[in-house]
Design a protein around this ligand. Structure first.
Ligand code: ADE
Length: 239
């Protein structure tokens, strides 16, 4: 998969893509990252990428030409039609489901604005998805693009060492994750639940599922609306 990012601040990405799972996925050839400064595509003699808004008012607006040219150039890096994702607070709120959908694509192009608005023709013609990473306003789309690149890459086959972890983690199962413990079995008077030391795999699985249900009910009851529960689980949650 290719993830291309259009930004005015490419340096922001060097730390994120150069480390840990994202870096090792790129080294294994599972993903490639292109971080492109769309100012390089500006045909303005001062390489400007924004201008004053028609109709007046404050703030600047990103002009369409550099983004159109940059996207058209990046599109030719794969054979398919890429998803072109605009990061903005007006977008659809990003979820694990969207990450799974994006992970099935051959190429994602992420557009990051900074300070300014986008000329509406960018939305009209170029963009396939508008995504927000939450109901708050950031200074630009870069942190959102990092969140998307990270959450999508870890879903690609072979990106995580332990293949089961992307399947059982919070949100992929539709539930928040159950509690985890490691050694020692007692720490400052706090003991690990006996069941986890019992070696009884079936009981451990039941306990984990129940703890995941309990935690989801306490913290994110909205998520339970989409979960199929059996009778036993339903009565467990009611008590
Ligand atoms: N740019 C500014 N705020 C944003 C948000 N919440 N999500 C994505 N991009 C943004």
């Amino acid at each position: 998969m290719n993830i291309s990012i259009l930004t005015l601040f490419p340096e922001m990405f060097t730390g994120v893509f150069g480390q840990s799972i994202l870096n090792s996925a790129a080294e294994k050839g599972i993903v490639s990252f292109d971080v492109v400064n769309f100012r390089d595509y500006s045909k303005d003699k001062h390489q400007r990428v924004d201008d004053y808004p028609y109709g007046g008012g404050g703030g600047m607006v990103l002009t369409p030409q550099p983004m159109f040219d940059a996207v058209e150039d990046l599109k030719h890096r794969t054979s398919g039609e890429p998803r072109v994702v605009l990061l903005c607070p007006q977008g659809e709120v990003y979820t694990q489901q969207k990450a799974e959908e994006f992970a099935r694509e051959e190429q994602l192009i992420l557009l990051c604005g900074h300070y300014e608005g986008y000329d509406e023709r960018i939305r009209q013609e170029l963009v396939t998805d508008e995504v927000s990473i939450g109901d708050y306003v950031l200074t630009g789309g870069e942190i959102g693009a990092m969140a998307i690149a990270d959450s999508v890459t870890r879903l690609l086959p072979g990106a995580l060492g332990n293949e089961t972890s992307a399947v059982t983690d919070s949100h992929s199962t539709g539930l928040l994750e159950h509690p985890h413990y490691t050694r020692p079995s007692e720490f400052r008077g706090m003991a690990v639940p006996d069941i986890l030391l019992s070696g009884h795999h079936k009981n451990i699985e039941t306990w984990r599922r129940r703890e995941a249900l309990r935690r989801t009910l306490e913290r994110r009851p909205d998520m339970l609306e989409n979960i199929q529960l059996d009778d036993e689980e339903r009565s467990f949650l009611q008590n």
